[in-house]
Write a protein that binds this ligand. Sequence first.
Ligand SMILES: Nc1nc2c(c(=O)[nH]1)N[C@H]1C(S)=C(S)[C@@H](COP(=O)(O)O)O[C@H]1N2
Ligand SMILES: [Mo]
Length: 326
Amino acid sequence: MIGLDKNMEKIRSSEITPEHVYLSRRRLLRFGMLGAASLGLTACGGQIGEMLTGTAKEADLASDMFSPDKRDELGDPANSFRVISNYNNYYEFTLDKEAVARLAANFKAEPWKVTVDGLVRNPRTYDLDDLRRKFDQEERIYRLRCVEGWSMVIPWLGFPLAKLLREVEPTSEARYVRFVSLYDPDQYPNQRGLTFYPWPYTEGLRIDEAMHDLTLLVTGLYGKPLPNSNGAPLRLAVPWKYGFKSIKAIVKIELVAEQPKTLWNTMAPHEYGFYSNVNPNRPHPRWSQATERRIGEPGRRPTLMFNGYAEQVASLYAGMDLMANY
Ligand SMILES: Nc1nc2c(c(=O)[nH]1)N[C@H]1C(S)=C(S)[C@@H](COP(=O)(O)O)O[C@H]1N2
Ligand SMILES: [Mo]
């Protein structure tokens, strides 16, 4: 295909098929979607290939999959630009992770405006250059752990969301932050095709989570503007939560009083909670979360509580039952 899978270990079928949402046969019928196996929506599918076996090719693989000159604070190398921008979840385009880059190639990421409003004293609309000029862009090397069980290390470029929120001055009633992705069926085939998804993609954070220094508004990676496949021109990175909280192509940030609805929580509330903190002790209803596959690495590695950021974020959840509040 795009050559990535030539060297990348084959993707396990469990990551191709169950995906984020399991649609029952009845539901598929209701939406006239039987035959949707081709869309990757069924819970069990064909064998898409085996895991890379042995380590004979590890040296060759590594240079292609990793950039060892950039490492996270645990010492693990960042994945290569090519891997990061060619293996993506971006359901507005496709459910096929290796097809996103091609389908997103002509996405119009500029001009772009993002509105920050709701329970704030200074509602504002920014264009991307405003944001780049106003806020120093810093590199943050974060782990991204998808709820499906794979992970990467990504050198993001961006700035803390807290800086933007301070500028608009949330009122004392603001308790949550709601994020909205672009709605544009002319550019996003699945906003027409997958009509039972509650588009646009939405996400949310509690305001103290949003104000946490780790929570990054991302404008780039590897020091370059964000590739379309990674959510250009503006996306979130919340590294201690499952990847789906890190919403792409943000057009609106709204301060609200009540816990906002989110796309995944609306689609499958028993599977995707509002918090969705990475937690190896709490299995997804359809698979374990105890381990993960680092893209480019053979085998699996243990998943860390809060994705390895417990020291920084555990206090946000003091006294909260993390099994009940998932
Ligand atoms: N708008 C939008 N944001 C999204 C998604 C999506 O489908 N649409 N997928 C999420 C999921 S499931 C993951 S794992 C990450 C993937 O980010 P990446 O492709 O940059 O690795 O983006 C998240 N943000
Ligand atoms: Mo994900």
